[in-house]
Ligand binder design. Structure first.
Ligand SMILES: [Fe+2]
Length: 487
């Protein structure tokens, strides 16, 4: 365990990885395909630019741009294995969608952590589930920053996001690392969540969890600091994601509580279900205006988005599970080639509503879900639909399908990629102005083909299957989150 002062610098406390949720289990099945491709080291030099092979269909007119994705892609030096999936070194995958098809390249984020461990030839830095090796040169959060959870486009840069330290600035063309982003000298190293929220105006909100307080980031559309303030949290719980509406910030704080700010997280958090899931709501215009709602204890990695009714009722979609077992233990086992579906409950799509009279209600759907995505043009605004990965295959982790749920009608659409698929997050790319009028662009690690595929769907007709698909030259490790930059 490594302790160090985080005052002023943000937190190591909640560096959370990304959330691959507990895709849940049924049984060990017979010899599934080799799912450990998902947690195999990528080449140290990255993936050189190469054309993906078209499987079927054509690139739709109007769909042009780059899909960038981030995820852990380096896990071991020989038999020396990282303590947790969430601690692998971040790698940016770039998929360039043109009229001629898709090209792929990939490059590790050149972090201090990665440089140090590559030079030593061993795992050294502490993290979500990895203890520090003797002599680990740790003096602040960015020394252990894995930059492995998400990536966003800000101005002319990409920011590779973690959540226990700064965004790492990356060139969107070469994927060359420029270094950590500092918003203000006295805020150097302050954590920045891997799930920032972007208003329709372009304003960016993010946060850092510092035990029983959170630091709120308010940035202009180009990433400049507009405002930063601390708010008190109802408990020093864990949160990997959060939500915003037009007028409010919503922090669902789970009763996975820090027992001191120390690494690794997974060994220093305690599950205290008696505390419940406490949801802090803060007025964007005045952080002193706050309200706390409570639900029975539950765990989540990801929210969808939130919106607000005229009467002040707040709603957000969320993928809930019973306990933090996957975060605590599953990520340790997965990088060792072990996965037991019976050990972890699946996360399930639910709609949480917070009423003006103080009631909080969770409406579960019974649908397994993770990596929820929406029409991000409506972030914080009323909308009906959420897209997510879904389903499970006995014998290996991950989701096998992409699905869409409509809160207004209760109708679902699903596309099942089959037993050999590990389905990653799909992002919405707009075409027209209506909700989900556009495409879904997402990747799948196909264990049978031993290659990563890129699929394009018409977002309103997910049931019809992909309108076009390509297969790359490599099986890239399973990633977490990304962004699409239309051109
Ligand atoms: Fe995440």
């Amino acid at each position: 365990m490594t302790d160090f002062d985080i005052s002023r610098r943000g937190l190591l406390g909640v560096l959370a990885g990304a959330g691959a949720a507990a895709f849940a289990p049924k049984s060990w099945a017979a010899a599934a395909a080799d799912w450990t491709l998902a947690v195999t080291n990528a080449p140290a030099e990255g993936y050189a630019d190469s054309a993906m092979t078209r499987l079927h269909g054509r690139m739709p007119q109007g769909l042009r741009g780059q899909l960038y994705r981030n995820g852990p892609a380096w896990f071991r030096y020989g038999d020396d294995i990282t303590g947790h999936w969430f601690d692998g070194d971040g790698m940016i995958q770039r998929y360039d969608l043109t009229s001629d098809g898709v090209r792929h390249s990939g490059r590790f984020v050149d972090t201090f952590k990665r440089r140090t461990e590559q030079a030593a030839g061993k795992i050294m830095m502490p993290g979500f589930g990895t203890p520090a090796a003797p002599g680990a040169p740790v003096s602040g959060p960015d020394d252990v920053n894995a930059a492995n959870t998400s990536v966003m486009r800000v101005g002319d840069e990409l920011w590779a996001l973690w959540e226990g330290g700064s965004p790492y600035r990356v060139d969107p063309h070469s994927l060359e690392t420029k270094g950590p982003q500092t918003f203000r000298d006295d805020l150097k190293g302050m954590a920045f969540l891997a799930h920032p929220k972007v208003e329709p105006s372009g304003r960016i909100w993010s946060a850092a969890f510092l035990g029983n307080r959170a630091w709120i980031w308010q940035l202009d559309p180009k990433g400049g600091l507009e405002r930063g303030e601390l708010v008190e949290l109802p408990l020093a719980g864990y949160a990997h994601d959060w939500a915003v509406t037009e007028r409010h910030l919503i922090f669902p704080m789970q009763p996975w509580v820090m027992d001191g700010l120390a690494l690794p997280i997974s060994e220093n958090m305690k599950w205290k279900p008696e505390l419940g899931l406490q949801i802090l709501v803060v007025d964007k215009a005045d952080f002193t205006k706050r309200r706390v709602y409570e639900l029975p204890a539950a765990f989540y990695f990801h929210t969808g988005d939130a919106w607000e009714d005229a009467d002040g009722t707040l709603h957000f979609d969320v993928c809930l599970t019973g306990t933090p077992e996957f975060g605590a233990k599953g990520g340790h086992d997965i990088v060792r080639g072990k996965f037991d579906r019976t050990a972890y409950a699946a996360s399930e799509l639910a709609l949480v509503s917070l009423y003006p009279d103080g009631r909080a209600v969770s409406r579960p759907t019974g649908v397994t879900a993770e990596f929820p995505q929406t029409d991000r043009r409506r972030q914080g605004l009323r909308r009906d639909r959420v897209v997510h990965v879904h389903g499970e295959t006995p014998g290996h982790p991950g989701a096998r399908a992409l699905a869409l749920f409509d809160w207004k009608t209760g109708k679902r659409q699903t596309h099942d990629f089959g037993d050999a698929a590990l389905v990653e997050e799909a992002l919405f790319v707009p075409r027209g102005s209506g909700e989900l009028d556009g495409w879904l662009v997402g990747t799948v690690l196909d264990l049978k083909a031993r290659a990563t595929q890129l699929h394009v769907f018409d977002a309103q007709h997910l049931d019809d299957g992909p309108v076009a698909s390509w297969q790359g030259q490599h099986a890239t490790p399973l990633g977490f989150h990304g962004t699409f930059a239309a051109t």
